[in-house]
Ligand binder design. Structure first.
Ligand code: TYD
Length: 208
């Protein structure tokens, strides 16, 4: 039996990581994240997101994300799915299309090609997009400002706006695979929306 692969996506400040974790717990699925998910992937994450030191140029950023992803797919995601385990990943290929393809302006096509190579074509069965209004996302990131914003979060609201628009366009273009969840509200409220939508997707009711 092959497990189901669910990716949770969203711009920064949408609460996506919390919701991805809760969804995985609820489904009894393996929870994992990108960039990261393996020791080497987590090292790449530190390199690419650390605001200190030499910033990768945009193409290097895309390739580092893809390198971490290749490692993650071969060592974590694919083996779990093959063993029949469901997998919930906090971010996957759509993050690279949104941030590097659109946000950094590298183009969705070339970033998709690099990621096809990196993943061997492994695509999620379902992508859950968490959306919040721009002011909510910005103020949630602002709440973190005393702490640490990573290098990409520091790029600011313009990049986040482009990323949010790119996600929405991807979701609209592939409605069989993507669901959009309103991320405004408490953690519990949003988690209930995610749970209801994912349950409907996993167990479709033919009468509705
Ligand atoms: P994120 O997953 O939001 O982690 P946290 O919630 O702990 O801050 O942060 C990862 C950052 O990496 C985020 O700004 C998006 C960025 N990113 C890309 O630009 N491309 C990618 O392919 C991935 C996976 C992440």
């Amino acid at each position: 039996m092959i497990g189901r692969f669910i990716a949770v996506e969203g711009a920064d400040g949408t609460g996506k990581s919390t919701q991805a974790r809760l969804l995985a717990e609820r489904l009894g699925a393996l929870f994992t994240r990108e960039p990261g998910g393996t020791p080497l992937g987590e090292q790449i994450r530190d390199l690419v997101l650390d605001p200190a030191g030499e910033a990768p140029v945009d193409r290097a950023e895309a390739l580092l994300m893809a390198a971490a992803r290749a490692q993650h797919v071969d060592l974590v995601v694919a083996p779990a799915l093959a063993a029949g385990r469901d997998v919930v990943s906090d971010r996957y290929v759509a993050s690279s299309i949104a941030y590097q393809g659109h946000g950094r302006g590298l183009g969705a096509g070339s970033v998709a090609e690099v990621n096809e190579f990196a993943t061997g074509g492994l695509a999620p069965d379902l992508v859950v997009l968490i959306e919040v209004s721009a002011p909510v996302a910005s103020s949630r990131l602002g709440d973190d400002r005393e702490g640490e914003l990573d290098r990409i979060e520091q790029a600011g609201d313009d990049l986040q706006g482009v990323v949010a628009d790119a996600y929405r366009a991807m979701a609209m273009a592939d409605p069989d695979r993507w669901v959009i969840i309103d991320g405004d509200g408490t953690v519990d409220e949003v988690a209930a929306r995610v749970a209801g939508t994912v349950d409907d997707w996993l167990n479709p009711r033919w009468d509705s």
